[in-house]
Ligand binder design. Structure first.
Ligand SMILES: C[S@@+](CC[C@H](N)C(=O)[O-])C[C@H]1O[C@@H](n2cnc3c(N)ncnc32)[C@H](O)[C@@H]1O
Length: 198
């Protein structure tokens, strides 16, 4: 995809290699639906990068429920300054991630951990989550993973505002602020809704 060249710049070849893996092994392993193959770039990879400008230099990031590596792998490809942990409970998916991270040459700064967020006890500057759970449940899993002054960036659909309303009570109790940020999906006309909790 031509526009992805501009978005990824020097990292484009690596991003292309990842998309190729998703389109082939990702489908064979049942992690990507066959119908998604034609829209891997805009709907999955570029969508994952919508949160990239919100992440400061050199941060530690945990991608909760990473699945086939979204958004964690596109972020790690675009941003060599980040240390990224891909957290995924399902064995098959964790094995896929380990294989892909090694193949892309990212293993020095991307770690794969098999486990559930609520049983994980490390802390990170940034927690990301895409299509994992509704916000109230996600907050219960993810807030304990935040380092002091850390933030949660959840990639959501149009339901983001409503989910934030439903999570207000919990956020007030913890004295946390939340907002929905509408950002353009890089290189496309689409909008991505990001719930940002600090
Ligand atoms: C719909 S998939 C989304 C995968 C990926 N983030 C994406 O956007 O394509 C949801 C993922 O969350 C994982 N998951 C479910 N419960 C979880 C939990 N308690 N902690 C961490 N991950 C979880 C699932 O195993 C699954 O891989």
């Amino acid at each position: 995809m031509e526009i992805a060249r501009d978005v990824f710049g020097d990292s484009y070849r690596l991003a292309e290699q990842y998309v190729d893996i998703l389109a082939n092994r990702g489908v064979d392993w049942g992690l990507i639906g066959p119908r998604e193959v034609d829209r891997l770039w805009p709907r999955h990879v570029l969508n994952s990068l919508a949160i990239e400008p919100m992440i400061g230099d050199g941060r530690t990031v945990v991608d909760v429920g990473s699945g086939a590596g979204l958004p964690g792998i596109p972020l790690a490809i675009k941003r060599p300054d980040l240390s990224v942990t891909l957290l995924e409970p399902l064995l098959r998916r964790a094995n896929f991630l380990t294989e892909v991270v090694a193949e892309l040459g990212l293993a020095d700064r991307v770690t794969v951990m098999r486990g559930r967020a609520e049983e994980h006890h490390e802390r990170y500057d940034v927690v990301t989550a895409r299509a994992v759970a509704a916000l109230p449940k996600l907050l219960g899993w993810c807030l304990p993973l935040l380092a002091p002054r850390g933030e949660l960036l959840a990639l959501k659909g149009e339901s983001a505002e409503q989910e934030l309303v439903e999570a207000q009570k919990l956020l007030r109790r913890r004295r946390l602020g939340g907002e929905v940020v509408k950002v353009p999906t890089p290189g496309t006309d689409e909008t991505t809704w990001v719930v940002r909790i600090r």
